[in-house]
Design a protein around this ligand. Structure first.
Ligand code: FAD
Length: 386
C-alpha cells in the first residue's frame, strides 16, 4: 500500500465504473479470466431501463462465452430480415438476411430484445458482493501504484486499474481529456412501445425488424422485442434545429408523430402512429473520435470513448466488443503490464469503433442492399491482437 493512502481505504484490483451494458460485460469477462473486479454504479439499484435494442451475432458470440446466449435467444425476437422500406409507398429499399442465415454465415443469432431484459441477465451473473450500487464516482486521484477513487456516498477505494464504462458523460473521460459537454447531434428520437391490441386490430402483419425511411433520412425503426411477438417498439430519427430542454427526455404525442410522419403514410406506418399511446422524445448527443482511450492506470470503453447516434443499432454492441477485447488484452499481458494491454486493446478497437461511429452518425446503414458481414461476422473473441 502507498503511504499516502489511508489504512482504512479498501484496496482492490480492477474497478469498473458503470454497470451499464458495457461495464457489466467487462466485469463478467474479466471475472471469467480470473481477475478480481469491483463494479461501481451510480444508480441506487438495478432498474429495467430503456426499451428495444438489437444485438448482432458479433456480440451474441460474447454472450455465448458468458453462458447467456441461449437465455437471451429465448427471450428476444429473431428477425429473419432487416427490411428498409419507403415510409409512404412501402417499397422495399433493402432486405438484409438475418435469422438462420445470420447463424450459419455470421456464427450466432441476430436478436432484438428489451434492453432491460438484456441488462437484467447481464447483472444477474455478476457476483453480488462486488457490484456496488449507489456509488457515483466524484473524484479520481492517480497515485504512484494505484488510483484513489472517491464516491458521492463518502467511500473511497484504491484500485490498481480503472475501467471507465461510465457512458457519454464519463468522469474518466473528463479526467483524461478535460471537461467538455457532449455536442447535440441535431437529431432526436421518439421512442414508444406500441399498443399490441391496436396493432393487431389493423390486420396487418408487422415485420420483426423494419426501418421506414423518408426524406433527409428521417426514419422509424420498428421491431419486436420478445420472442413471442408480444411487444413491439419503435424509435425514430428526426433532424431538428435545436434541443432546448434541460431534461434527458420529454413527452411527445401521437399528434406529433402524425405531424412528422403522417403525410400519405403507408398503412403500416399509419397503424404504428394510431397504436401509439405513450411516446417520449430524446436528444441524441455526440462527440468526435477521441485522441486517447487510456492513460496510466485509466482506460475507457463504450460510450465513454466513442458515443454515436444510434442509427446502426451497434452502440452497445461496440461497448460489449470493447469489453471482450480489453479482457483478452489484459489476459495476454497480465494486469501488471496494463500499459501494453491498453495499447493492444486500442490497436484492435479504434479503427472498427470509429468506422461504426462514423457510419452510425451518417445514418446510411442497410438503407440500400449491402453486405453487413464486416460488422456481424466479426468475432471479438478471436480477432488478432497485436
Ligand atoms: P451506458 O449504457 O451509458 O452505461 C454507463 C453506466 O455508467 C450507467 O449505468 C451510468 O449510470 C453509469 N455511470 C455514469 N457516470 C457514473 C459515475 N460517475 N459513477 C458511477 N457510475 C456512473 N446500441 C446497440 O448496440 N443496439 C441498439 O439497437 C441500440 N439502440 C439504441 C437506441 C437508442 C434510442 C439509443 C439512445 C441508443 C441505442 N444504442 C444501441 C446505443 C447504446 O444504448 C449505447 O451505446 C450503450 O448503452 C453504451 O453502453 P455503455 O455501457 O458504454 O454506457
Amino acid at each position: 500500500m502507498n503511504s499516502e493512502t489511508d489504512v482504512q481505504t479498501e484496496q482492490i484490483d480492477i474497478a469498473v465504473i458503470g454497470a451499464g451494458l458495457g461495464g457489466a460485460a467487462a466485469a463478467a469477462l474479466l471475472e471469467a479470466e480470473g481477475f478480481k473486479v469491483d463494479v461501481f454504479e451510480q444508480a441506487p439499484e438495478f432498474v429495467r431501463l430503456g426499451a428495444g435494442i438489437h444485438i448482432g451475432p458479433n456480440v451474441m458470440k460474447i454472450f455465448r462465452k458468458l453462458g447467456l446466449e441461449d437465455r437471451l435467444a429465448g427471450i428476444g425476437a429473431h428477425p429473419d430480415f432487416w427490411f428498409s422500406r419507403d415510409g409512404r409507398t412501402g417499397e422495399y429499399l433493402s432486405r438484409i438476411k438475418l435469422g438462420d442465415f445470420a447463424k450459419s454465415e455470421y456464427g450466432a443469432p441476430y436478436i432484438t430484445i428489451h434492453r432491460g431484459d438484456l441488462h437484467a441477465e447481464q447483472i444477474a451473473i455478476l457476483p453480488k458482493e462486488r457490484l456496488h450500487f449507489d456509488h457515483r464516482l466524484t473524484d479520481i486521484e492517480e497515485r504512484e501504484d494505484h488510483v484513489l477513487l472517491s464516491f458521492a456516498n463518502g467511500k473511497q477505494v484504491a484500485a490498481k486499474l480503472v475501467i471507465g464504462a461510465d457512458g457519454i458523460n464519463s468522469a474518466i473521460r473528463e479526467k483524461l481529456l478535460g471537461v467538455e459537454k457532449p455536442r447535440f447531434s441535431g437529431w432526436i428520437g421518439h421512442r414508444a412501445l406500441v399498443d399490441m391490441d391496436k396493432l393487431r386490430a389493423t390486420g396487418l402483419e408487422y415485420e420483426r425488424c423494419v426501418k421506414w425511411w423518408w426524406e433527409q433520412s428521417r426514419h422509424i425503426m420498428a421491431y419486436a422485442t420478445k420472442g413471442d411477438d408480444s411487444e413491439y417498439y419503435y424509435v425514430t430519427g428526426v433532424p431538428v434545429d435545436s434541443w432546448n430542454h434541460t431534461e434527458g427526455f420529454v413527452d411527445s404525442s401521437r399528434e406529433e408523430m402524425e405531424a412528422i410522419f403522417g403525410d400519405n403514410a403507408h398503412p403500416m406506418v399509419r397503424g404504428l402512429i394510431d397504436a401509439t399511446t405513450e411516446v417520449t422524445k430524446w436528444p441524441f448527443w455526440n462527440r468526435d473520435p477521441m485522441s486517447l482511450w487510456s492513460q496510466g492506470r485509466l482506460c475507457m470503453l463504450g460510450d465513454a470513448c466513442h458515443p454515436m447516434r444510434p442509427h446502426m443499432a451497434q452502440g452497445a454492441c461496440m461497448a460489449i466488443e470493447d469489453a471482450a477485447v480489453l479482457a483478452r488484452s489484459l489476459t495476454l499481458t497480465g494486469a501488471e503490464d496494463y500499459k501494453t494491454a491498453f495499447k493492444i486493446y486500442e490497436n484492435a478497437r479504434r479503427e472498427r469503433a470509429t468506422k461504426v461511429q462514423t457510419i452510425s452518425n451518417a445514418n446510411t446503414w442497410l438503407k440500400q442492399p449491402e453486405d453487413p458481414a464486416w460488422v456481424y461476422a466479426y468475432d471479438p473473441l478471436t480477432v488478432e491482437l497485436t
